[in-house]
Design a protein around this ligand. Structure first.
Ligand code: HEC
Length: 144
């Protein structure tokens, strides 16, 4: 009995932690889902660069195209100034929306260029350098 109570309390604690970390506001859910897709594809490229995932030119190009596609959606995904306790977006986004969308366009350009330049495993590193710079340029100003 005590044991199941403790287990139940632990489950509730875990559920609460998950809830705190995951947004529920629909706009925030959509924009963080896009960022997760960008993150997942960037990680795949990183793993191919390291060799922990076998290099596959077509898969690498698809990953870059997926990043470009999500980057193109950033301006509309962030258009509404939505908030959520789990959001890491800074309000300054909506004070400098033109600059924010320019940084999204920079990522789209870097990802489109990566989709063309990655023909061999050795091409991934330089492409990731460009992509990483585009993430950082935006996150450093607009993400907590
Ligand atoms: C134009 C700006 C911009 C660019 C470019 C950008 N991000 Fe983001 N990113 C954001 C903002 C803003 C958030 C916070 C969103 C929120 O929590 O509401 C975020 C959040 C994230 C998150 C967390 C998502 C979650 O689960 O809450 C990941 C992962 C991420 N970005 C990865 C990347 C990667 C990788 C790149 C580059 C390949 C990138 N981002 C480029 C603005 C950008």
């Amino acid at each position: 009995m005590i044991r199941s109570l403790v287990a139940g309390a632990a489950l509730i604690a875990v559920a609460a932690a998950v809830q705190a970390a995951e947004p529920t506001e629909p706009n925030v859910v959509a924009r963080t889902a896009a960022m997760k897709t960008i993150g997942k594809n960037t990680k795949l490229l990183g793993n191919m660069a390291k060799g922990s995932v076998a290099f596959d030119a077509s898969a690498a190009q698809q990953a870059a195209l997926a990043i470009a596609g999500e980057a193109a959606n950033i301006p509309s995904l962030f258009e509404t100034q939505a908030d959520d306790p789990a959001s890491e977006a800074k309000p300054v986004i909506w004070q400098q929306y033109d600059d924010f969308t320019m940084k999204a366009a920079d990522l789209e350009d870097a990802a489109s260029a990566a989709a063309e330049s990655i023909l061999a495993q050795a091409d991934i590193g330089p492409a990731l350098g460009q992509l990483g710079a585009a993430c950082k340029a935006c996150h450093s100003t607009y993400r907590e």
